[in-house]
Design a binder for this molecule. Structure first.
Ligand code: GLA
Length: 348
């Protein structure tokens, strides 16, 4: 029997609420640290080809880092991750307007999205002994302008196969758009060590959603061009050709409408670490980390500059409430929205 995971105190919020931290340790070397603020994965340690572990996600050692502005390091983004154009949508004949916190668009749930909220925690006893933590919260009707009381849970599990598994579930009492994602910035050489330009990335997608200069989705679906990553490419060669060196939202190739499929594969040739991403979601936002500008100092005391880490955010089509033909994200009472995303670590 594996030992039950225990809560540690990570810090206290200005109002006095305690933020807990949990260590999820797998028997094959992968371990994750998760805090109850934002469902943030603060640390993710994975072995290299010699068995030496490094922390492969960007983040901070203390709560102060996460309370100051930062670009969603390790967090659960919601109620709608990604951008809703102009922060507006219509649902069942009613008009809703949301915070345009990434002008002129709404981003990652608004001014105080799920990434900035305190979640309830419950360590789970799994039959296979894997370390597992359930986080949950009620996003009340009207929170950040969204309709309906949304009950949401996220289960993080570290498996014996060196996978970080993220299972999300949501139910509502009024129709509402829902789109959750996990927003870790990965660097398989170890956070703070180098830029991800030396990594190779493959994304299993033949089409993408073109965006405008402000990253607003244009509501089109087009075949990949310079951003075609269906064969693995060195990111240093690819990034200069991407819009704003930012990365794109891809529609994941899938033969069947449901089920886990391969989304992406990231390799650091130097350490031999590889990460395969699988998901039940329809889209993945590849973000290069171009916006990191060296002002944030990470866990190892080093500054995070451009491309210090990249995101592979599995999600539905973020503007699906306005463009249902590209992927409906509206959840209605009586329905359950369930998704799974797996980040699986191995070595070459
Ligand atoms: C997402 C977006 C990026 C950026 C980051 C956070 O990945 O696609 O444009 O906003 O979040 O900085």
């Amino acid at each position: 029997m594996a030992e039950p995971i225990k809560a540690e105190i990570f810090g206290s919020l200005p109002g006095g609420d305690v933020v807990e931290a949990f260590d999820l340790k797998g028997p094959a070397g992968l371990s994750a640290r998760v805090i109850t603020l934002g469902g943030i994965v603060t640390h993710l340690r994975a072995p290299d080809r010699r068995g030496d572990a490094a922390d492969v996600v960007l983040g901070f050692n203390n709560l102060a880092g996460y309370l100051a502005p930062h670009p969603y390091f390790g967090a659960i983004a919601g109620r709608v991750a990604g951008r809703i154009s102009q922060g507006r949508f219509q649902l069942d004949g009613r008009e809703y307007s949301l915070a345009c916190n990434d002008p002129p668009n709404h981003l990652h749930g608004g001014d105080r999205g799920f990434d900035k909220r305190l979640w309830n925690s419950e360590p789970l006893d799994r039959a296979d002994g894997a370390a597992s933590l359930r986080l949950s919260r009620l996003s009340a009707d009207g929170e950040e302008g969204y309709p309906g009381n949304l009950r949401v849970s996220v289960i993080y599990t570290v498996t014996a196969a060196n996978e970080l598994v993220i299972e999300t579930e949501a139910t509502t009492d009024r129709p509402t758009p829902v789109n959750l994602t996990h927003h870790s910035y990965f660097n398989l050489a170890g956070e703070g060590s180098c830029s991800v330009e030396s990594h190779q990335l493959q994304v299993f997608a033949g089409s993408y959603a073109p965006a405008d200069a402000a990253s607003g989705l244009t509501g089109r679906r087009e075949p990949v061009t310079d951003n075609d990553l269906r064969t693995p490419k060195r990111l240093g060669d690819v990034i200069p050709n991407l819009r704003g060196r930012h990365g794109d939202l891809y529609f994941i190739d899938r033969a069947a409408p449901a089920g886990l499929v391969d989304v992406a594969r990231l390799v650091d040739p130097a350490s031999g670490r590889a990460m395969t991403v699988r998901s039940t979601e329809t889209c993945v936002q590849f973000y290069t980390g171009v916006g990191l500008d060296g002002t944030l100092v990470g866990k190892s005391g080093r500054k995070y500059g451009p491309f210090a880490g990249l995101c592979l955010e599995c999600e539905g089509f973020p503007d699906g409430v306005n463009r249902p033909e590209l992927g409906n994200i509206v959840l209605r009472p009586g329905e359950v929205s369930r998704h799974t995303t797996v980040y699986a670590f191995s070595t070459l």
